[in-house]
Ligand binder design. Structure first.
Ligand code: AKG
Length: 277
């Protein structure tokens, strides 16, 4: 039987609650990073994120944006919306290439160590004035993975700034464990379905302003979200997700895996590059 190439973006609450998960922060133990500085590794451990990272040149970023424009047009023509392109590396060779890009893998390996599995790719594309938010949440809360050792590289496809609803983080919240959340209210117009309330008690937000081709990186336990895009400019980011080979994936999520560093772990799949661009 062929491995699946689509997955539910938001697993059911009941399914998640049945999985015993260790949702505690695992700091990076790297003392001798190859591409990051020690200060960046330390910043990740203390604050839960690193930004900005220069990944693609302006002309490479331009090529990627044009690729995404075409891809989005195809999805929209099929009646899908600008947040629907998820697990894209299982269907689109060009996204698989970005997920396995050596420059990005080197950054992630500096934090996670020698065994790294790439397993997620989802475009969060905020169209101008589309009214959608991403409410404050922790990624690990949604994922059937244990222990919580995943990091996200958020690659800017468009320039992202406060004006067009860049992401925002609450620094240091990755060490607080699994925070209490409520299911989001309809009027939040949340792209996901959980909201951590009253986040002011955890500190002030930091806004993740990036040029197209730059990236930020955050822990799966860091509180983050983004507001409504009230501008006339699109704000698209490609989220790329990575974890270590010892992490157990439930609900069949091991089938999303692409081994990008180290020997293939027995508990993960290793998906080849799709032929479709
Ligand atoms: O792009 C956004 O606005 C939110 C992205 C997000 O929640 C994530 O990277 O996990």
């Amino acid at each position: 039987m062929n491995a699946p190439n689509t997955f539910q973006t938001i697993p059911g609450q009941d399914d998640l609650q049945q999985i015993p998960r260790d949702l505690s922060f695992h700091p990076s133990g790297t003392t001798d990073p190859k591409v990051l500085t020690r200060a960046q590794v330390e910043h990740y451990n203390q604050h839960g994120y690193i930004k900005p990272l220069d990944i693609f040149t302006a002309s490479e970023a331009d090529g990627l944006r044009r690729y995404f424009d075409d891809l989005l047009q195809k999805y929209v023509a099929e009646g899908k919306d600008s947040y629907s392109i998820s697990s894209a590396h299982l269907r689109h060779g060009r996204v698989w290439d970005v997920l396995t890009n050596p420059k990005i893998v080197a950054v992630v390996s500096d934090l996670l160590g020698p065994s790294v599995v790439a397993w997620g790719s989802h475009f969060f594309c905020k169209m101008p004035k589309d009214g959608k938010t991403v409410s404050w949440h922790q990624d690990a809360s949604y994922w059937p993975l244990t222990p919580s050792k995943a990091v996200t590289v958020w690659l800017a496809i468009d320039d992202a700034d406060r004006g067009n609803a860049s992401m925002k983080y609450i620094p240091g919240t990755q060490v607080l464990g699994h925070l209490t959340y409520k299911l989001s209210e309809t009027d939040e117009s949340n792209i996901l379905n959980q909201t951590v309330p009253e986040v002011e008690r955890y500190g002030a937000p930091v806004y993740v302003e990036l040029k197209a081709g730059q990236a930020s990186l955050h822990s799966d336990l860091l509180l983050h979200g983004s507001e409504v895009n009230t501008s006339d400019r699109r704000r698209c980011g490609l989220t790329l997700r990575y974890t270590t080979g010892d992490v157990q994936a439930h609900m069949g999520w091991h089938e999303k895996g692409v081994v990008v560093s180290g020997p293939p772990p027995a508990n993960w799949g290793n998906r080849p590059r799709p032929t479709e661009e």
